[in-house]
Write a protein that binds this ligand. Structure first.
Ligand code: GRF
Length: 212
């Protein structure tokens, strides 16, 4: 059986990408919509191929997504990961990779989809916050949930401090979720799209990280 292959899409810092690489996830290529994405340098330092597909080179979302798909497919990935990829993807693109496209989101979905999750959580006075790895579906931040990690919100937290705490949890659960998917341990039950473990009944799909 051939080695598993993972393609990661990034737009910025790339700390989740670094965590995936450190966890020995078989990343064969990193693609970005931005030439200045900081994460590209870490990929290069690890000898991983990088490529930029720039929106300015395409007249509309459909042609951009088509070009991105063509680029991804050159690497014949088993799994495609969004890791801070700041673009809405078309329904066609998402459908094409259905079941092998994951995202990490910095909140306990379905709470706080979209942007500025940490500031919104603080403004609401929640006492528990966290992050979610989910399969990607056409509706933003709402696909079947694979795993979530919860962290405490502490007195005096700013959005930046809370973001840092959540990010540390992201770096634990994203490699874990990808490993399960590569091992064939996840399946999506319809209707409802609930992700359940296959062949094992003890995957820790919810994690409380009070000390991170
Ligand atoms: C993370 O907070 C992730 O949850 C969100 O975008 C951010 C990416 O951070 N989707 P990084 O580029 O992986 O450091």
């Amino acid at each position: 059986m051939r080695e598993k292959r993972v393609v990661v899409l990034i737009s910025g810092r790339g700390s989740n990408l670094s965590a995936l690489i450190a966890a020995q996830i078989p990343v064969v290529a990193v693609l970005s919509n931005r030439i200045d994405a900081m994460g590209l340098s870490d990929a290069k330092a690890h000898g991983i191929v990088t490529q930029c597909v720039l929106p300015r080179d395409y007249p509309n979302r459909e042609s951009y997504d088509g070009a991105l798909r063509d680029c991804i497919d050159v690497y014949q990935p088993d799994v495609v990961l969004l890791a801070g990829f700041m673009r809405i993807l078309s329904a066609e693109f998402v459908a094409y990779y259905q079941g092998r496209l994951l995202n990490i989101h910095p909140s306990l979905l379905p709470s706080y989809p979209g942007l500025d999750t940490h500031a919104r959580a603080l403004a609401d006075g929640v006492k528990i916050h966290g992050c979610t790895v989910h399969f990607v579906t056409p509706t933003l931040d709402s696909g079947p949930i694979v795993v979530q990690a919860a962290v405490p919100v502490r007195v005096g937290d700013t959005a930046e401090i809370l973001a840092e705490r959540v990010l540390a949890a992201e770096h634990v659960i994203y490699p874990q979720a990808v490993t399960w998917l590569l091992q064939g341990k996840l399946s999506i039950h319809d209707p409802g799209g609930v992700v359940v473990p296959v062949g094992v009944d003890t995957l820790p799909q919810s994690v409380w990280m009070p000390d991170i």
